[in-house]
Ligand binder design. Structure first.
Ligand SMILES: [Ca+2]
Length: 208
């Protein structure tokens, strides 16, 4: 009977840990496969005030590829290799991703000046306009299967930057199932402590 509070406290502590950390129950992750980015480089002759294909304000001057996950920031001279200029340039890049399970994926697009990310030809991140480096992110629910990604970016004057990041894994299911279990364990622990106290009280009453 005396051991009850101790056991209750141990159960309570386990419950708190499970609640804080969660359990790998109810949600999973699966790796996303990505293809290489195919890039068309542009020289632009006027600022594209609205999100529109760069062919509306410029001409294509080069083509190249970039690694699937291009989590990087490029500086002016990096772009000049492809465009022959550090200013008044842009690109339109396309790739495909293979999503093994329907679920959530976070995308981040940063740029100086404007950029836009399209998923399956629908605008997902609007980072357009003349501005300094600014990352913007969005978490999107995607069905399992193949999806197309497209980035449009332009640089007018001054610094030039483009960065792109996305989750390497798709997350699906709900993580709070694991936390509910933590909550239940806490209640069990508290009940054990309270019950043992009540019993102690009864025993004392009985003795008096
Ligand atoms: Ca700029």
């Amino acid at each position: 009977m005396r051991k009850m509070p101790l056991v209750g406290i141990i159960v309570l502590v386990i419950g708190i840990v499970v609640l804080m950390v969660g359990l790998p129950i109810g949600y999973s992750e699966a790796p996303i496969e990505m293809e290489t980015w195919e890039i068309t480089w542009f020289r632009v002759f006027s600022v594209p005030t609205e999100i529109s294909p760069l062919s509306n304000v410029g001409i294509p001057v080069n083509e190249s590829i970039l690694p699937a996950s291009f989590d990087f920031i490029m500086s002016d001279p990096d772009f000049a290799i492809y465009t022959g200029s550090q200013d008044e340039i842009g690109l339109m890049a396309k790739t495909k991703i293979h999503v093994p399970n329907s679920g959530r994926i976070r995308f981040e697009l940063g740029s100086d000046d404007g950029s836009a990310l399209f998923i399956d030809e629908e605008l997902a991140i609007d980072n357009w306009g003349l501005h300094g480096y600014e990352p913007r992110s969005k978490t999107v629910d995607l069905e399992s299967g193949v999806h197309t990604l497209e980035i449009w970016w332009f640089e007018w004057h001054g610094a030039a930057v483009l960065s792109f990041k996305m989750d390497e894994k798709v997350t699906f299911g709900e993580s709070w199932y694991g936390r509910i279990i933590g909550g239940v364990i806490i209640i069990v622990g508290l009940t054990m402590i309270i019950t043992s106290r009540l019993r102690k009280g009864k025993v004392r009453k009985h003795l008096h």
